[in-house]
Design a protein around this ligand. Structure first.
Ligand SMILES: [Ca+2]
Ligand SMILES: [Ca+2]
Ligand SMILES: [Ca+2]
Ligand SMILES: [Ca+2]
Length: 256
């Protein structure tokens, strides 16, 4: 009896002290720039942020671009396998994931993105930026529809459409897509969607990383695009926390 109790104590201590290694730690979508002026698709990007207090690892995780029917149009996978420790995301770290990590002449410049989505049969490939590669579905690269679309982040235990809800970590939908998106509903427990933002603006969590398990207004607000940087609300009063002072220079720069 004493020995059994001791085992439980030791197990409890091990659980309490073991490093948390899983993306369930609170890695969430942070910003979605889906409606880009000019050449749209190649310049879209998303961000993930680790809103938890410990390092998490994205090995083998998947991101899906959903269709209007709730089925992923494409499932894109980080390298490695779930449980691996090669792709860390530190507490507070923002990962910039470009649809295409294209250099320069068109804004935003995503050539320094941390990752890019890559479709082996139909895509640009910046060799200096690692790829999140298509593993199932879709005959083209990620394309985020301006009239409404959705994204899921999942562990990668399941990587074929439709992604098993139990593997989903986070989801976001925007716009009144024609059909319900049942997978995301299950994830978010929220039948509404984030409102559409005007061209040239992005959707972002506000405050950054805060996840109320809502796909819509509870979490997502209109942002001035800040690829790879902390989010910058278009209307600072939307946010519960004050906007950083340094943000003002960015706002002014937009109107100079
Ligand atoms: Ca778009
Ligand atoms: Ca791409
Ligand atoms: Ca690449
Ligand atoms: Ca940002």
């Amino acid at each position: 009896m004493v020995r059994t109790a001791l085992v439980f104590v030791l197990l409890a201590l091990a659980a309490a002290t073991a490093p948390a290694l899983d993306i369930w730690n609170r890695v969430v979508f942070n910003e979605i720039y889906y409606y880009v002026p000019g050449v749209d698709i190649h310049n879209e990007y998303i961000e993930l942020v680790n809103a938890g207090g410990t390092v998490a690892f994205l090995d083998g995780a998947v991101i899906t671009d959903e269709g209007d029917d709730g089925m992923p149009e494409g499932v894109f996978r980080f390298p490695g396998v779930r449980g691996g420790h090669t792709i860390p995301i530190q507490p507070g770290e923002i990962l910039l994931i470009a649809v295409d990590a294209v250099p320069g002449e068109i804004e935003p410049d995503l050539s320094n993105a941390d990752w890019e989505f890559w479709h082996p049969a139909d895509d640009n490939n910046n060799p200096d930026v690692p790829n999140i590669t298509l593993v199932s579905g879709a005959n083209a690269d990620v394309a985020l529809a301006n009239v409404g679309d959705g994204l899921l982040l999942a562990t990668g235990v399941d990587s074929t459409a439709a992604i098993d809800c139990w593997t989903v970590v986070d989801g976001v939908n925007w716009g009144a897509v024609p059909d319900p998106v049942p997978i995301a509903w299950t994830v978010c427990d929220d039948p509404e969607f984030a409102e559409l933002v005007p061209q040239g603006n992005s959707l972002g969590r506000c405050p950054m990383g805060v996840d109320n398990n809502a796909c819509s207004a509870g979490d997502w607000f209109m942002m001035i695009p800040t690829p790879g940087e902390p989010n910058l609300p278009s209307f600072p009063s939307d946010c519960a926390s004050p906007v950083r002072e340094s943000s003002w220079g960015v706002i002014k720069a937009l109107y100079k």
